[in-house]
Every structure is written in structure tokens, then in C-alpha cells.
Design a binder for this molecule. Structure first.
Ligand SMILES: [Fe+2]
Length: 606
């Protein structure tokens, strides 16, 4: 692999973007939750796709919504690329973009030239789609990846000669602002403008955006089509989009035409996992629209889940290959809880087709092994552990004051521990009994307990009954953890204060030290209980795919696709991986080059 040219670091602020998102930092968590909720409302009230169609309708006469790639040398293979879930930390986003930017990749004795275009299958940025996040987490890694490869000055996109086109569909994180920033960045092309630069859109790194909607159609050699659809993170397909695809199918998608359909979520996996056939509704609509005149969907590709999965049909008729390839930069998702087999009723005729999981990256065994890192959750997520410790300290204080008000005398038990008069097991039993009595006699304490139970139940996944049960045991574990942390803190603080010769009955040092220890023990015990819950949920119930791995912020195990249509019109998919991304964030150049390897080569598909 050729070495990258050595270039002095650019002194621009933010040149190296951002580190991985800290999903378990309490403020970030609250912000993400609010934006996700707002997106549901904003998306429903003011759909940017419909507004754009009103202001700038796609010309039905010219049908300018299609980009045709059947030009150039027909005696050569046609190459294109797919990546998804990009803008999290700089290191993984750069590593994948760097591989995609290079003139070619060498795999064994095969040379894989860079694609004529790159499709990004959603989630260009995390955690929310602000202008700054698009700049720091998406544009910067792509720009740095193109440095030394694209002709011109990549710091000034106007002077860059782009080496490939770029298309994207939005994922849920792009939709969190109602699609404003995504539309401005990606869908800025205007075919009806006189100025050439307006027609094409923007240059990002070495890639040229060319679409004018959040969905697109590309016509390729060999009767192949790439179609990107935007179903508003599983909500609905807008009327303008369904009309557009319907019209296109009438004009072009006749028998013999072959479709590669890119969607933002692998609804084929998720509908089976959640046992919710409604999750297939949008895919079914697209399938019906695109195949109504005899065309076939041969390949479905999606991101959303940050791993690589391939499902193949098991029946003896034409079934599309189903690929999830969301390894473009964001934290790794597990593969081991994904379904081994799928039943998909694409025609909604009550007669489903069956598929089996053929390939998973990372492997099922490796994914399971990694999930156990959640047992160290408080040490991996210090801000989260601190927040849990503070909540534990507050609840301990609340419990103690409520028990005093209710004259239950929880303090007596602690005084016994303070004076080293009680053995710990007896003391814990007594405190647990008094905890239960406090619940019964203090409505406000019961309300807080119920609120914690409710919050943990709603955080759980599955049926309502399972959520209530899982929430109850999770809450119970925290109650035991709270009482243990309380006893340890009281005992250790009294031992330390007395050993310093200070009178524990009058000193302010005792409650101060006990509170500090309560936050520490609470953070460690409560954080470990939470991590144990995530570990149990993902391994025993196969729930919490995202929460149990966003906690780990793993930047390795990346993947992307390079696809080839040969001169016979056969499609091949090269699924690529980067097992370990170079750690370059915050370091000066020269940076080590990422080392892509082949996961598998699939094909010919035709
Ligand atoms: Fe994602």
C-alpha cells in the first residue's frame, strides 16, 4: 500500500474533528432524548420533504430526478461504494473515509478501484444534526481523508476537483432537526439552475453531492439501478416521494431491470427481532411501487446497525440478498443478539419467505465476549457513574429523613453500625425491614420509589409485562445496592473519623465524608448494577442492542462495501472491514494508514 504524502498539520481549529460521542454523559443523554422527542413532533408537523417539493417540484416532463451512469467505457467494470453511520469519532470516520478515498484498494491479487460514487446510508452525524456536528464529525474526516488524494486544496472546497459523487439518505440522527441541516448540506443540487456549481451541489472532501432530495435514483450499466429511499426513520414515506418512485417505475423499471435498494434501517432484521410486522410497511410500499412493472429488487442494503450482517434466502426462488453495513464510523453494534433466521412477508399475502444469517462481523462469539465489558460500566463511563452516585446519595438522604419523619428510626440501625455494635448482616436485615416500612408509611418516599421503578421499566424493552417485571428487579437490585453503599459509607467514614481522634457524635466531618463516600460507592455499585442489567438484557433477552454497546464506545470493527458491475452485467459485493482503526485523534501527521481487509466477496448477483 503506498504511503500517504507527508503534509504539515493544518493549524485550523477543529481540524481533527471530535472524539467519540460520550453517550452516557448525563447532559448529552438528556439532550439526545429531547431532540429525539422533538424530531417526532417536528417531523410530523412540518415535513421538510413536502415543503421542498412545493417550492421546487421535480420536473415530471424532464424527469430530472435520475442520474445516469451508463456513460464512459462500457468495456470496463463499473465500481461504486456504500458506507453508513459515519460521523461519530474522528478516528473511525477518518479510517473508513480514507479507505474509500484511495484510488484503489488491494485485496489479495484483486485491485478494487474507488467507486464512481459513494452512497451513505444514513446517520451522517451523531448525536444531533447541528451545523457544527456536520462540520466536525462528518465534513472534517472526509476532508482529511481526501487530503493528498483529491486534486486542489481540500481546505477550500471550491478549488477541489472531486474524484467521485456522493449520495446520502438520512438516518434517525439526521432527522432530529426535521432534516434542515441534511437538506442544506446534501440536497443542495438544483438541476434547473444556469450556474454549473448550483447544479451539482457541494464538494465534501473529494466527493461531489448531486442530489436535490433526501432520496435518489441512479441508473447504472447492466440494467442495474441504485435507489435510495427516505422513510423518515421508519415513520412514513411522503406523497411526493411515493409519486416520484411510482412515476419512475412506470417510465423505466420494466421486466429485466435490477434494483439495489438502500434504506435507512434494516427493517427485515428489526421487524423479525421486535416481532412487529408494521416495521415492514414502508419497505413493502417501496417494493410494490418499484416492482409493479416487473423489475426485481436483488439487493437490499441498509445501515442503522453498526455491524455487518448478510442474510440469504433459503427458498428455491429469487430472493434478494439482505445486507446491513452500518460500519462507517459510529460505535460498534453487537451481532450476537440478531435473529439467525428471518421470515419476511414482502407481498403481505400471509406466505412469508425465509432467510438465514450467513455472515456476521464482528463474529457472534466476539460480539458476545465484548458485551461483558458492560460489567465495568462505571469505570468506562465516569460521568454516568458520578451521576448515579449523586442520585444514590440523594436517595439515601431522602430515605433517612423520611424514616425519621415516620418515626421508623432508621438512624438507630446506622448508629449501631457507627458504634461498631452491630454485625453488618444483621444491620442490613434490619435496615431492609425499615426501608420497606418507610415505603408503606411515607407516601412521598413511595412516590420516588415508584418513579424509579417506572423509569427503569420504560428503559427496559419487550412487552409491557416484561418491562414491569424487568423494571422491578432492576429497581430491587438498586435498593440493595443503595443500602449496601449506605452502610459501607457510614461504617468507613466513622472508622476514618474515629481513627483521627475526632468525636463522631459532634463532628461535621462525619456527614461530609459519609456523603462523599456515598457518591463514590453509589457510583461504583449503582453503575455496576446498571452494567449488569445491560449485559443480562443483551445476552439473555437479546434486547438493548444500542444501549449495551453505545456504553462501550468501541471505535473498531468498521465495515463498508465496494460493489462492482462487470461487463457481463453481473454484480459483485466486496464487504470490507477495518478490524482496528488507527488512533490518530489529537496527534500530528504523518498518520498511519488504515488496513482494510475482505470480510467476504458475494456474487455474481443477477
Ligand atoms: Fe447509526
Amino acid at each position: 500500500m503506498p504511503d500517504r504524502p507527508e503534509i504539515a498539520p493544518t493549524p485550523t481549529l477543529g481540524t481533527q474533528g471530535k472524539d467519540m460521542v460520550r453517550w452516557y454523559a448525563p447532559l448529552a443523554l438528556a439532550g439526545i432524548g429531547l431532540r429525539a422527542a422533538a424530531a417526532l413532533v417536528v417531523g410530523g408537523l412540518a415535513d421538510n420533504r413536502e415543503t421542498q417539493e412545493q417550492g421546487d417540484p421535480i420536473s415530471k416532463a424532464k424527469f430530472s430526478g435520475i442520474v445516469d451512469y451508463r456513460t464512459g467505457n462500457t468495456n470496463k467494470d463499473f465500481w461504486f461504494d456504500f458506507s453508513a453511520d459515519v460521523g461519530d469519532g474522528f478516528d473511525p470516520a477518518y479510517a473508513v473515509a480514507r479507505c474509500l478515498a484511495k484510488d484503489e484498494l488491494s485485496i489479495g491479487d484483486e485491485t478494487l478501484p474507488r467507486g464512481r460514487f459513494l452512497v451513505i446510508g444514513g446517520d451522517l452525524v451523531y448525536p444531533n444534526p447541528s451545523k457544527e456536528n456536520y462540520e466536525d464529525r462528518f465534513i472534517v474526516p472526509l476532508r482529511e481523508a481526501a487530503r493528498g488524494i483529491a486534486k486542489g486544496d481540500v481546505d477550500n472546497s471550491d478549488s477541489v476537483e472531486p474524484f467521485a459523487d456522493l449520495y446520502a439518505i438520512p438516518g434517525n440522527h439526521d432527522w432530529y432537526d426535521g432534516l434542515q441541516a441534511f437538506m442544506n448540506l446534501i440536497s443542495a443540487a438544483r438541476f434547473d439552475r444556469a450556474k454549473e456549481s448550483d447544479k451539482k451541489g457541494q464538494v465534501i472532501g473529494g466527493w461531489q453531492t448531486r442530489q436535490r432530495r433526501s432520496y435518489f435514483t441512479l441508473r447504472l450499466p447492466g440494467d442495474w439501478w441504485v435507489i435510495g429511499a427516505d422513510d423518515q426513520f421508519g415513520n412514513y414515506l411522503d406523497r411526493a416521494q411515493t409519486e416520484y418512485f411510482s412515476l419512475m417505475a412506470d417510465r423505466h423499471l420494466k421486466a429485466g431491470q435490477k434494483i439495489i435498494l438502500c434504506t435507512a434501517t434494516p427493517s427485515w432484521v428489526l421487524s423479525n427481532h421486535y416481532k412487529d410486522p408494521r416495521m415492514m410497511a414502508n419497505l413493502r410500499t417501496l417494493h410494490d411501487l418499484l416492482t409493479k412493472n416487473g423489475a426485481e429488487i436483488d439487493l437490499l442494503i441498509s445501515g442503522d446497525q453498526h455491524h455487518y450482517l448478510r442474510y440469504d434466502g433459503v427458498e428455491d426462488h429469487n430472493q434478494p440478498t439482505l445486507i446491513t453495513a452500518g460500519g462507517g464510523g459510529a460505535f460498534m453494534h453487537p451481532t450476537h443478539p440478531t435473529p439467525e433466521t428471518l421470515a419476511l412477508d414482502m407481498n403481505d399475502d400471509g406466505n412469508p419467505d425465509h432467510y438465514r444469517r450467513v455472515t456476521a462481523y464482528p463474529s457472534i462469539a466476539r460480539s458476545r465476549q465484548i458485551s461483558f465489558k458492560n460489567l465495568l460500566l462505571p469505570f468506562i463511563n465516569l460521568e454516568f457513574a458520578t451521576a448515579v452516585g449523586l442520585i444514590y446519595a440523594f436517595l439515601a438522604w431522602f430515605l433517612q429523613t423520611r424514616s425519621i419523619t415516620a418515626d421508623i428510626g432508621l438512624s438507630d440501625a446506622f448508629l449501631a453500625i457507627l458504634g461498631h455494635d452491630a454485625n453488618m448482616v444483621d444491620a442490613l436485615q434490619e435496615i431492609a425491614g425499615k426501608f420497606v416500612r418507610t415505603l408503606f408509611v411515607s407516601p412521598e418516599f413511595f412516590a420516588v420509589f415508584a418513579a424509579v421503578w417506572g423509569a427503569l421499566a420504560s428503559f427496559s424493552q419487550g412487552s409491557t409485562g416484561l418491562k414491569i417485571v424487568a423494571g422491578f428487579f432492576h429497581t430491587l437490585a438498586h435498593v440493595v445496592g443503595l443500602l449496601l453503599a449506605f452502610c459501607f459509607s457510614v461504617q468507613l467514614s466513622s472508622t476514618i473519623i474515629s481513627s483521627l481522634g475526632i468525636d463522631i457524635t459532634t463532628s461535621y466531618w462525619l456527614p461530609a465524608l459519609a456523603s462523599l463516600l456515598m457518591v463514590t460507592f453509589g457510583g461504583i455499585i449503582g453503575g455496576t448494577i446498571f452494567g449488569t442489567y445491560l449485559c443480562a438484557a443483551v445476552n439473555l433477552l437479546h434486547h438493548q442492542w444500542t444501549n449495551s454497546f453505545s456504553s462501550l464506545r468501541i471505535k473498531d470493527y468498521k465495515n463498508f462495501l465496494r460493489l462492482k458491475i462487470n461487463t457481463k452485467g453481473e454484480l459483485f459485493v466486496y464487504a470490507m472491514k477495518i478490524a482496528r482503526v488507527p488512533r490518530i485523534f489529537g496527534t500530528n501527521r504523518p498518520w498511519p494508514e488504515p488496513e482494510p481487509e475482505l470480510i467476504e466477496k458475494i456474487g455474481p448477483l443477477n
